[in-house]
Design a protein. Sequence first.
Length: 265
Amino acid sequence: MTRFVFFQAHPDDLEVNCAHLLHYLAAHSEKHDVRIVSVTKGEFGLPGARYDRYKGDFLAGIRTKELFNAAALHGIQPSSIDFLGYVDGFVEFNERFVNHIVRYLQDHRPDVIIAPEALHTWYYHMDHVNTGRAVFYALYHHLVDFSPRLYFYTSLNPNSFLKVPKEQVGLTDQLIACHKTQWWLMKWMRYIVKPMEMVSGLTARGWRYAEPYRRVFYAKHSREKNRAGLLVRVFTHFFSGLPYFQAKYPQDILEKMRREKAVSE
């Protein structure tokens, strides 16, 4: 049985990026074991100060249920979903986070890891980027004693594609509908992801739709395959500078959560 681990920074990230791969693997559960790892619970995932009273544990509870409901459409049970306990908007690439990722990987020993693009991404939210960086760093520096395959999603430089069956074209919309608190964002994300799937399908083999991924190489003899072209690097620089990705969160709520967590530890 092939073991897959899907990393996401927030509870809804996989719905628009890995919906069809998750669905395929779950439908063949006799051959594949799937685990989902959510680094945060999306505690601050509502726009504007008018929603501040809902942010924190209350919103985290709702978004956890939304994730469970979406996973159920694939046939994935809550027992296959793990949360790492970090705060939405404040996932840092540091030794503590890398060591946490290493411990998780050592415990579950996946054959294949799917994670957010760490460098050449069109969605430059630092929670996403730092999640991908931590996973890549752990593998690149051989901090685990096995060698899983690594794929990134939300990549500007994909090299692997999964054909989207015609009868599953509407799957992403069904999954998005489970995340009612995120409709303010998801309703626009659909119009980004669908054209990308169309372009990926044409790029791959002339398919109508395809899910794009980047196979990442971390062995010394194959690292040159990770190099991106000039155009990809230019677009990476552009997306990384968009104001949208400079997230702002209510600091009083954050400080309260940090104090409570420090006391509990």
